[in-house]
Design a binder for this molecule. Structure first.
Ligand SMILES: Nc1nc2c(ncn2[C@@H]2O[C@H](COP(=O)(O)OP(=O)(O)OP(=O)(O)O)[C@@H](O)[C@H]2O)c(=O)[nH]1
Length: 885
């Protein structure tokens, strides 16, 4: 007595368990759920119900035919296998779906030509492997049933009927087997074995047997085959095959509940080698041929590209997949990613390879057009006021002098108006104007110069007569020299009793500023800003130098100049003080500065008076910018507003690129040699900072001697103390490298290094520096190790412990301090000790590292002179991976 669970039977019959349960209830068979067990009697009833009358008739016939092989207890191995197969228990149901009629049936006309017998089948075995589904057709035609290969030692009997017991009944098998897995398994007797029936085909279930339709059409194929028109046969077969499939669907899936079955049928039928792409409308109607997209015939029109193009854009222009372009590039030996830019030459080769013609259209570089200073003919040029910047050491009186000049030399009408400070002003002396940039100090001057703005014509070096030459005096001299600006020395505070102008002159001779009365060519003026003494003389001297300089500009062209300073005014919006350097700026002009742009709404001069135009060397306050432009930015008045907007758009797009360009190739020891070779560097500018003046001088002398024919070494500045931001700006503006001996860059300098990308080299031994530079100049510099600063700590408290030494209670301000790192003790920017840590503790515990924001205790090996306020710098030395040239 074989039993089955409801869901197993449902599965077998390819229906939903739920549907089956409902059906069972309707049939009066009492089941609780899909897990309920059905006895054999019920199974037979249900099968009969689902398989229909025709199938029953078939089965009855087959059962009758199989009687000779009725159950004798000697069931073959295959039989046992099948039984076991069905006794796998709940959950382990057969997942192989019923196979619907296969289009392969339809493609065997030539086999049939021989009568469908075994020989015929074998002749075409290669194209059409034997398929048991051929068998009913053969049997139906009253021909000999082709025998499947014998398996498991079973004897094969060819006679379709009256087989002895134990023999295999292929006829029965034909009627029931559909599972591919069982295709070559010996059949079993059906007696008492309804459970062993395979799920029938969907076609059979739906009513009319699909196979009948298929077989009918086979005859037509035979006709063609016999006529010996293989091509036509082939074509017809294909159409017929499709037709048959449609027929099957039409007849087999009439019922409302047949949709699922139909879907499965279609899935199976069209799996893999589908006769044609079919789609089915939602109502389950006839399959219709999907309107396939017509094959695009590529119109290989010439494509137009710019100087550079990304792979993606190139592919888009050719209307092909970017992968094709990348593949082609790889074939050509170039690896590129989809967003990578390639130049027009490469793009042309690739496009040609892919069958496209390319037109390269070099886009007009609007930015370059703008930047290009079209030559003014000498006839266009007119004298312009000189622009003066005041520099000097702290407290030597720069601001006092600027104020004194401003107040002394303003006209009576202006006097009341001088209430504001706009960053620059003009004074008039002997009918000639002088423009003073009101941002004193060489740092501001160099910062502007680093941005490419050359504003100043003349530098006034203020030196206090009571103080003499100080470090920043020297810096100022060097900055002015680096900018190739003439220097006038103003010895200030001569009103002071302790003033010693002669001492100042003497000291300055050491810096190659020699007074005329001492045989030199430097103009010295002794002034008192406090008493406004000798200011007129100073102005006269400025005019004299200006006369020599013959500063000229063309006022009859669109203005260009530099933003001196800018701010966001609450009431007026972005306000910029600009210095017109050439041309004339007018109210209503469209101007751009960086990514700021706008129409000049209003302009005010240094006295706050509204002006309609500003000529060369005139500083004016401008209203109308879209945003605050940065100080030092160049501004341009653009006649064509559209062009101006295009430039702004481009600038916005290329902002990052421009930023990179702004910090473009700086001279560096690493690539010095190649830069010399390329002719980019003819002079190596160096800034030296050291802990003592002696080192500065020693290095200066040594370096100036190692110049070669190709490159001259020029120490543009040397000084004592930490490397400052000003040093970096000078290096940036002058494309110099900075060399430090026992000094470190301060915080601001470190920040500036990052933005300005200046090469700083720090040494402890002068010899090393000289050797490095020599090697770099000859292309032999091959540093194998690089020092990496990993953190800094500030000593906040020290404790002296006997036998331990001085413990530095510190706070990690940057990065981290690690136990095994090298350390430097830095006091006032000067390295006073270099060594390793003896201990690193957090509270009482030894630790491997302490991160930023934490306190720690450190002792430095063999060094106890740590003081509060010292900086401890931790560093590691890393091997430099040299790239192959
Ligand atoms: N006796 C005397 N004192 C002066 C003279 N010029 C400036 N001072 C004083 O020197 C001090 C510094 O003057 P500033 O004009 O601020 O000097 P500075 O160079 O602009 O200083 P920083 O802006 O800090 O770089 C002030 O107290 C002034 O009053 C002068 O000609 N005679």
């Amino acid at each position: 007595m074989v039993k089955k669970r409801v869901h197993e039977l449902a599965k077998e019959l390819n229906i939903e368990s739920k549907e089956m349960v409902n059906k069972l209830h309707n049939m009066g068979i009492n089941v609780k759920s899909h897990m309920s067990t059905l006895d054999e009697k019920d199974i037979v009833r249900i099968r009969e119900h689902y398989l229909g009358r025709k199938t029953r008739a078939e089965q009855a016939e087959k059962n009758g035919a199989a009687h000779g092989a009725k159950e004798t207890g000697k069931r073959g191995a295959g039989q046992r296998k099948r039984d076991n197969h069905h006794d796998r228990g709940p959950g382990l149901v057969d997942r192989v779906p019923d196979r619907p009629p296969d289009r392969r049936f339809t493609e065997k006309p030539l086999r049939g030509a021989g009568g469908g017998g075994r020989g015929g089948a074998q002749r075409h075995k290669k194209q059409n492997p034997p398929h048991r589904n051929d068998q009913p057709r053969a049997a139906g035609r009253g021909q000999q049933t082709p025998a499947p290969p014998a398996r498991q030692g079973q004897q094969v009997e060819k006679q379709p009927a009256a087989r002895p017991a134990g023999n295999i009944d292929y006829t029965a098998q034909r009627g029931q087997q559909t599972r591919p897995a069982d295709r070559y398994q010996p059949a079993k007797s059906n007696t008492g074995g309804n459970k062993q029936q395979r799920p029938p085909r969907p076609a059979a279930r739906g009513g009319k047997d699909a196979r009948q339709i298929l077989h009918k059409d086979d005859n037509s194929k035979l006709k063609f085959a016999q006529k010996g028109k293989p091509d036509q046969v082939k074509a017809m077969e294909k159409t017929k095959a499709q037709e048959r499939v449609k027929q099957v669907e039409k007849h087999a899936f009439k019922g409302k509940g047949d949709k699922d079955k139909k879907d499965r049928f279609q899935k199976e039928t069209y799996r893999g080698n589908r006769p044609e792409k079919m789609v089915f409308n939602k109502k389950g109607g006839k399959p219709v041929k999907k309107k396939t997209q017509p094959v695009l015939v590529r119109e290989r029109k010439p494509i137009t590209i710019g100087e550079n193009i990304t792979i993606k854009s190139l592919a888009e222009k050719m209307a092909i997949n970017a992968a094709e372009v990348i593949k082609k590039l790889m074939e050509l030996g170039t690896m590129a990613t989809i967003n990578q830019e390639i130049d027009s030459d490469t793009a042309t080769i690739v496009a040609n390879e892919l069958g496209y013609e390319v037109n390269v259209k070099v886009e007009e570089d609007k930015e370059a057009l703008l930047m290009q200073d079209h030559e003014d003919t000498p006839a266009d040029l007119e004298p312009r006021p000189c622009v003066v910047t005041i520099m000097g050491h702290v407290d030597h009186g720069k601001t006092s002098l600027l104020d004194a000049i401003r107040h002394t030399n303003v006209t009576a009408s202006e006097a009341g108006g001088i209430t504001q400070h706009i960053g620059a002003y003009q004074v008039e002396h002997n009918g000639k104007k002088i423009t003073f940039v009101d941002t004193p100090g060489h740092a501001a001057f160099t910062a502007m110069r680093a941005r490419g703005a050359k504003v100043t014509d003349i530098a006034i070096l203020v030196v206090a007569a009571d103080d003499g030459v100080m470090p920043q005096t020297v810096e100022a001299i060097n900055h002015a020299r680096a900018a190739e600006v003439p220097i006038i020395v103003a010895i200030n505070k001569i009103d002071k009793p302790e003033a010693d102008p002669a001492k100042v002159k003497r000291e300055l001779t050491e810096h190659n500023l020699v007074a005329e009365e001492w045989g030199g060519d430097t103009i010295f003026v002794e002034v008192s800003a406090k008493n406004r003494e000798n200011l007129t003389e100073l102005l006269e001297m400025i005019l004299l130098v200006a006369e020599i300089g013959e500063y000229k500009a063309n006022p009859n062209r669109p203005a260009r100049g530099t933003v001196i300073e800018a701010e966001l005014d609450k009431g007026r919006g972005p306000v910029a003080t600009v210095l017109v350097q050439n041309g004339t700026l007018r109210v209503g002009n469209f101007i751009i500065a960086g990514v700021a742009y706008g129409k000049v709404r209003a302009m005010m001069d240094h006295a706050g008076r509204r002006v309609k135009k500003a000529g060369p060397s005139m500083p004016v306050e401008v209203l109308g910018f879209s945003e605050v432009p940065p100080a030092g930015e160049l501004f341009f008045a653009v006649e064509d507003e559209k062009l101006g907007k295009q430039i702004i758009d481009e600038r916005h797009n290329k902002k990052r690129e421009l930023e990179l360009k702004a910090t473009a190739p700086r001279v560096s020891l690493d690539d010095l040699f190649s830069q010399i070779q390329d002719g980019q560097v003819k002079e190596l500018s160096i800034i030296i900072k050291a802990d003592v003046q002696g080192s500065v001088e020693a290095v200066r002398q040594a370096l100036e001697q190692i110049g070669t024919e190709e490159v001259r070494v020029n120490v543009i500045h040397g000084g004592v103390g930490a490397i400052t931001e000003t040093d970096i700006m000078l290096a940036s503006a002058s494309n110099a490298i900075v060399i430090g001996f026992n000094v470190r860059p301060d915080v601001n300098a470190r920040k500036a290094v990052e933005t300005e990308k200046v090469d700083i080299r720090l040494y402890r031994v002068i010899y090393d520096a000289i050797e490095d530079i020599k090697a770099a100049m000859s292309g032999l510099l091959d540093p194998e190790y690089k020092e990496v600063v990993i953190g800094r700590a500030e000593v906040r408290k020290t404790f002296k412990v006997s036998k331990v030494g001085t413990i530095a209670g510190s706070y990690v301000t940057e990065g981290k301090i690690t136990r095994d790192a090298g350390v430097r003790v830095i006091r006032d920017g000067i390295v006073i000790h270099e060594g390793t840590l003896d201990s690193l503790k957090r509270f009482k515990d030894d630790v491997r590292e302490v991160a930023q924001g934490y306190e720690c205790g450190m002792t430095v090996e063999k060094f106890n002179d740590i003081r509060e306020g010292d900086q401890i710098e931790a560093y590691t030395v890393e091997a430099v991976k040299r790239e192959l040239a």
